[in-house]
Ligand binder design. Structure first.
Ligand SMILES: *[C@@H]1O[C@H](CO)[C@@H](O)[C@H](O)[C@H]1NC(C)=O
Ligand SMILES: *[C@@H]1O[C@H](CO)[C@@H](O)[C@H](O)[C@H]1NC(C)=O
Length: 539
């Protein structure tokens, strides 16, 4: 009780001060780990607690599971959100980051306190499991926290540090997902002190963040969230491959150590600077991703079985909000002759003779008898988007409903405004690309202030998403802003979805004929799906 009183007191002093003398007193919160001092925002009625360390990477083995953070000796000044985990920068050639990166940011609306605990939105950023961060410049909270929810954004380890997957009890794989879990656990244990309701946590991710959310749903660990939001990503997205169990040997060799001893290689890499390890993994074209972990005594794994056909006990009674954008692969420009086969090979055993003729069927479906050139650009884009994201999302929805999710709210985001990334980068301004919805949920410093039309979309999106966090229903009531009821998919219902464009429209079956094509394609080729690790699916 003491800490709650203290918190209220301090907020109260703050308000009194700012009204009376315009003196700023920074908010102070007493957590189980000690006092944390934050900052008052200057772009809204909320406080920010930046860069709180929630876990520690082991110095002797930074590829192993992290440890929960020790209590703070002194007041922790949560003022700095600039730590990012080691990675190659997406837009430049540089390598950035430090292993002291397992930090989270908490954004608390002024309405939250011990008498009015508010729901919590826990956001996991995307970046292909090798890039990205929680920085406020990219994921600014001001549009979300005005709806009286707490927003949390987190960092987790990436690339070789987060997703090396070995036959080694210290590095079984998915370290980055386990980091996310430690962050979630931290939030569960401490968020009440900030005025948050630990029983109402929604986990939310985009792209690799949404794939992560799906792995949290699959994991057999404690369920810390009440509901989940997946934007443009899930574990069925066509992007996984067989993990390279010899990765440390190859990285060490690249950096100058010839060895076939795994422990030597790991300890050599642990002592190499992070920039060279990232450089080596980029140079060797490694693609570290979540994997099924090998079983060892006394090792608490996170992903224990292949997810393609896994059962999902945790999804029972869990509300889900999930969807994709109208042209996910808009920024993708691949026209070479084998593009269809190359993509199909990610998911299917294309060399099995039972697959003969399948590539041609896909080709004819999308482009008829045309050669693959710029002329059929849009058709090839449709193939890319359908194969990589759209149909995997439809299959995930089906999987969730079959496993007893309480209701699944599906969306298709097709709005094109000045905040779309494709618009920003001046490429094409006709459809919504991967990631385009994010700038209508978050304030991004690289994007100028919204136009009136964009602001309307921001208001709608943030209302829908935060209603879901609060009520597990994005449209509990219709208003002047939200004029359309969003009907969920439930067992036996139609495949309902909400299209989010300049207007909101209730529809059923997005891209119906294309999705039906893939439904049949998967049904026919079910046995030829690749399962990692190992061979084809046996059911
Ligand atoms: C914030 O953190 C970064 C590294 O994470 C550090 O380089 C920088 O000096 C810090 N800034 C301040 C003001 O402490
Ligand atoms: C999923 O497939 C794997 C690999 O073929 C198999 O071992 C496992 O039993 C299957 N699990 C379920 C739940 O069908």
């Amino acid at each position: 009780m003491r800490e709650f009183k203290m918190y209220i007191c301090i907020i109260f002093i703050c308000i009194a001060n700012s009204l009376a003398a315009n003196v700023r007193v920074d908010p102070l919160v007493d957590t189980k780990l000690g006092l944390i001092r934050g900052l008052r925002a200057d772009d809204g009625d909320y406080s920010m607690f930046l860069g709180i360390p929630y876990a520690t990477v082991r110095h002797d083995n930074p590829f192993a599971d992290a440890l929960p953070h020790e209590p703070f000796g002194d007041v922790f000044e949560a003022y700095n959100d600039s730590a990012v985990c080691p990675q190659a920068e997406r837009l430049a050639d540089g390598i950035v980051g430090t292993l002291d990166c397992l930090r989270l940011n908490i954004f608390v609306p002024n309405s939250a306190n011990s008498h009015n605990r508010v729901p919590v939105l826990f956001y996991i950023h995307g970046g292909a499991f090798s890039g990205g961060s929680s920085q406020r410049a990219e994921f600014g909270p001001k549009y979300l926290v005005r709806h009286d929810i707490i927003l949390i954004t987190i960092n987790y380890r990436l690339g070789p540090y987060g997703f090396m997957c070995l036959d080694n009890p210290e590095v079984t794989g998915n370290q980055g997902l386990k980091d996310q879990f430690l962050a979630l656990k931290w939030v569960q244990e401490n968020i009440a002190q900030f005025g948050g309701d630990s029983r109402k946590i929604s986990i939310f991710g985009e792209s690799a963040g949404a794939m992560s959310v799906d792995f949290h749903i699959h994991s057999s660990r404690e369920k810390i969230f009440r509901s989940a939001i997946l934007d443009s990503g899930n574990s069925l997205v066509a992007t996984f491959s067989e993990p390279d169990k010899n990765a440390p040997l190859k990285l060490a060799q690249y950096l100058g150590l010839e060895t076939d001893d795994m422990d030597d290689a790991i300890s050599f890499l642990a002592n190499s600077d992070t920039n060279s390890v990232i450089l080596a993994s980029v140079a060797l074209n490694f693609d570290f991703k979540p994997c099924v972990e090998q079983e060892f005594d006394n090792v608490d794994r996170f992903v224990t079985q292949n997810w393609i056909n896994a059962t999902l006990p945790k999804i029972r009674n869990t509300p889900i909000l999930i969807g994709f954008n109208s042209q996910e692969e808009l920024m993708q420009n691949t026209y070479h002759d084998n593009v269809i086969r190359d993509k199909l090979a990610i998911t299917f055993d294309v060399d099995d003779e039972a697959f003969d003729g399948m590539e041609e069927i896909v080709r004819h479906f999308y482009i008829g008898d045309e050669p693959i050139t710029e002329q059929v650009r849009w058709d090839i884009l449709n193939f890319h988007s359908d194969f990589k994201f759209n149909h995997p999302t439809i299959r995930t929805v089906r999987k969730y409903v079959e496993n007893g999710a309480s209701e699944v709210y599906q969306f298709l985001f097709s709005y094109v405004g000045e905040r779309n990334l494709a618009f920003q980068s001046d490429i094409i301004k006709e459809e919504a690309a991967h990631g385009d919805e994010l700038a209508y949920l978050f304030d991004m410093s690289a994007i100028p202030n919204p136009t009136a039309e964009d602001q309307l979309v921001i208001d709608r999106m943030t209302t829908l998403w935060t209603n879901f966090v609060k009520y597990s229903d994005p449209t509990p009531e219709l208003t002047d802003l939200i004029t359309t009821k969003w009907t969920p998919i439930t067992e036996g219902s139609s495949q309902n979805y909400l299209e989010i464009s300049s207007e909101l429209s209730a529809k059923t079956r997005p891209y119906s004929s294309r999705m039906t094509f893939w439904y049949l394609f998967y049904k026919i080729n079910h046995r030829l799906q690749r399962v990692y690790p190992g061979n084809n699916i046996v059911v």
